[in-house]
Design a protein around this ligand. Structure first.
Ligand SMILES: Nc1ncnc2c1ncn2[C@@H]1O[C@H](COP(=O)(O)OP(=O)(O)OP(=O)(O)O)[C@@H](O)[C@H]1O
Length: 608
């Protein structure tokens, strides 16, 4: 192992990485440490009182007054020790929770910044376990483990020095007993570090499994796969159990070694001690004081096992935290951002190529496309040809790997990301709504709480059903709120995309779950409202294609033809083939019955 690798593996390296978070609370941590140390020193002082007491009073002709004085001193020392322990808690508990919260917020902020590519690669459970259990663990270590580890070590050192001053021969027995403890400690350290890492990773995997199955509960039930899911989960839970048992066994063996050896030393020390007293080398007071000190030292020694285990788990938690924090955000603001004052919304793709981070072959290549300002361009192609991928390049959810995309001649990479994402609004086929009200979901990107904006967006998206929900537009929807149907969800997501009145609208088949009639109504309103908005829309249905001014045909990751619907229909056989395969059937007929107080006359007025 190289020196730098060894350094990275050390506990100090992990503590060093925590330093920026620990720095503000360092004074309180030090005060906590001093309080804990003072408590230990007071505990170690008690045996010294015994020695004085025994040597001066507990023999024939000794002073009885000294017994009382000693009793009062021992009582006062006891009170003092308890006070120092209480003080330690007082000093460290609040700052430790502050650090935990700050780290959690930093992690969340960084997760928000990280690219979609990063999130493609990381299981949600792994991130969840880092944000929750690892940080929770770090707090406990800061508030207790760190301080106690230092105090315990110092107590043992001070205790051994005192034992040496009382009787070096007896102290030597304890030092000899300590050698196997240290050797075994190194083995324990190596093994426990590995097993603790495995356990924390397995906890993350288990969290991912729970998250996935809760999310996909309908699919699991519909396909009768609940039993298999349970079996998979049980296997994973069993693996975690085995790891936990390995951890517990290793800790139990280490704890046995570190409690048994001092006991053996105590036993043999007693025999040697009595012999030393018998031959007059040692006073009875010193013998009692020695063993009382040894008893005070034995407790922290026994405590050393759990404290080491705690520190090693802390080390893993720090590593896991920084694995995410060290992940670099590759989609960042430009160093010299350009401004775009008069936005018209002309979007151009110039020789664009793209591949996902974990793939080497291009999903998209040689993409050249000009979407004029205010134009609606439909993107058509067989499934898997790269349509959704192409859309996500516009707001820089993924970054082009070659070529560039411009809005009114300015490369999207030269615009501040926040500005770009207010210019470009997106609605995906697979909608995500947040656990919040309809109002909050729709107004998410607008920076306003205007009733007018909300009503218009809901109207364009034909999401009037929202007014009939139990609390109207303030009804809680999303994961913890009212469940909406697929079509309703899509309409709320569409309302969200258009509410911010973007210059460029990117729609990934956002009407796929609507019945044909509702889709017609949405499209009619969209056409009016988006007359000035440049729109790039993935179309899976002829009715969506009909809404577009022009159509771009995509084949194997490239745009092979651009023209009006009728031009392509007349001239391009692949277009005819794709169009013939587009699905006219509504995927979800949820909306027409329950939702809108829609006017039948209006419905009949809009023809396919
Ligand atoms: N996050 C990802 N990581 C790696 N590969 C991906 C990722 N997302 C999509 N792909 C791959 O990229 C290719 C294009 O996918 P994309 O979703 O862009 O196609 P599409 O034309 O939109 O398909 P559909 O019409 O079915 O929605 C597919 O082969 C897919 O497997």
């Amino acid at each position: 192992m190289t020196a730098s690798k060894r350094n990275q593996n050390s506990l100090f390296h992990s503590i060093g990485r925590l330093y920026p978070f620990l720095r503000p609370i360092l004074p309180r941590l030090i005060l906590g440490l001093l309080s804990a140390l003072a408590a230990s020193i007071v505990a170690l002082a008690v045996p010294q009182v015994y020695q004085v007491l025994i040597n001066s009073a507990l023999h024939q002709g000794g002073e009885t007054r000294s017994v009382w004085i000693a009793a009062v001193v021992v009582l006062l020392l006891g009170i003092l020790e308890a006070s120092f322990v209480a003080l330690r808690r007082q000093f460290v508990i609040t700052p430790a929770t502050t650090v935990e919260t700050k780290m959690r917020i930093s992690l969340y902020r960084h997760l928000q910044d990280l690219t979609v590519s990063f999130h493609d690669r990381w299981g949600s459970g792994q991130l969840l376990s880092r944000a929750m259990s690892d940080l929770n663990f770090l707090r406990r270590w800061m508030a207790f483990g760190a301080i106690m580890l230092v105090v315990t070590t110092l107590t043992v050192i001070i205790g051994l020095v005192l034992m040496f001053t009382l009787s070096w021969a007896l102290a030597l027995i304890f030092i000899v007993a300590g050698v196997p403890i240290v050797i075994y400690g190194f083995r324990f350290n190596r093994y426990y570090r590995k097993v603790s890492r495995r356990s924390q990773d397995q906890t993350g995997d288990l969290a991912t499994a729970v998250e996935e199955s809760v999310h996909g509960i309908r699919v699991l039930k519909a396909f009768g796969r609940s039993k298999e899911a349970l079996e998979n989960f049980s296997d994973q839970a069993e693996e975690l159990r085995e790891t936990e048992i390995s951890k517990a066994k290793s800790l139990a063996t280490y704890s046995l070694v570190i409690s048994l050896l001092p006991e053996l030393a105590l036993g043999s020390g007693l025999v040697v001690g009595i012999l030393l007293v018998a031959n007059g080398t040692l006073t009875v007071g010193a013998l009692v004081a020695f063993f009382a000190t040894a008893a005070v030292v034995a407790t922290p020694v026994e405590f050393m096992g759990p404290l080491m285990a705690m520190s090693l788990t802390m080390k893993t938690a720090v590593e896991r935290f920084y694995e995410v924090m060290d992940a670099e955000n590759t989609i960042v603001d430009p160093e010299q951002p350009k401004s775009l004052e008069q936005v018209r919304g002309n979007v151009e793709f110039h020789d664009v190529a793209f591949h996902y981070a974990d793939a080497s072959t291009n999903i998209l290549h040689d993409i050249n496309l000009n979407i004029r300002a205010g134009e609606t361009m439909a993107l058509v192609g067989i499934t898997g040809c790269g349509k959704s991928t192409l859309l996500q390049l516009v707001p820089r959810l993924y970054e082009v790997t070659a070529g560039g995309i411009t809005i009114d001649g300015v490369d999207v990479r030269d615009l501040p990301i926040e500005r770009l994402r207010t210019l470009v609004s997106v609605a995906f086929e697979d909608t995500t709504l947040f656990s919040s009200s309809v109002r909050d979901n729709v107004l998410l990107g607008t920076g306003t709480d205007s009733e007018e904006v909300l009503n218009e967006a809901l109207d364009v998206a034909q999401a009037h059903f929202a007014y009939s929900l139990p609390d109207g537009v303030d009804t809680l929807i999303g994961e913890e709120g009212l469940s909406l149907s697929g079509g309703q969800r899509q309409r709320v997501a569409l309302a969200r995309a258009i509410a911010s009145k973007p210059a460029v609208l990117v729609l990934d088949d956002p009407l796929s779950a609507l019945d044909v009639n509702t889709e017609e109504l949405v499209e009619a309103r969209l056409r009016e409202v988006l007359a000035d908005t440049t729109t790039l829309i993935v179309a899976h249905r002829p009715s969506t294609v009909a809404m577009a001014d022009r159509v771009a045909l995509m084949e194997n990751g490239s745009i092979t033809a651009v023209g009006t619907h009728s031009e392509l229909l007349a001239s391009n056989s692949h277009y005819r083939y794709v169009l013939a395969s587009l699905n006219e059937e509504p995927k979800d007929l949820d909306s027409e019955l329950e939702d809108d107080d829609r006017d039948l006359d209006d419905l009949q007025g809009v023809q396919v």
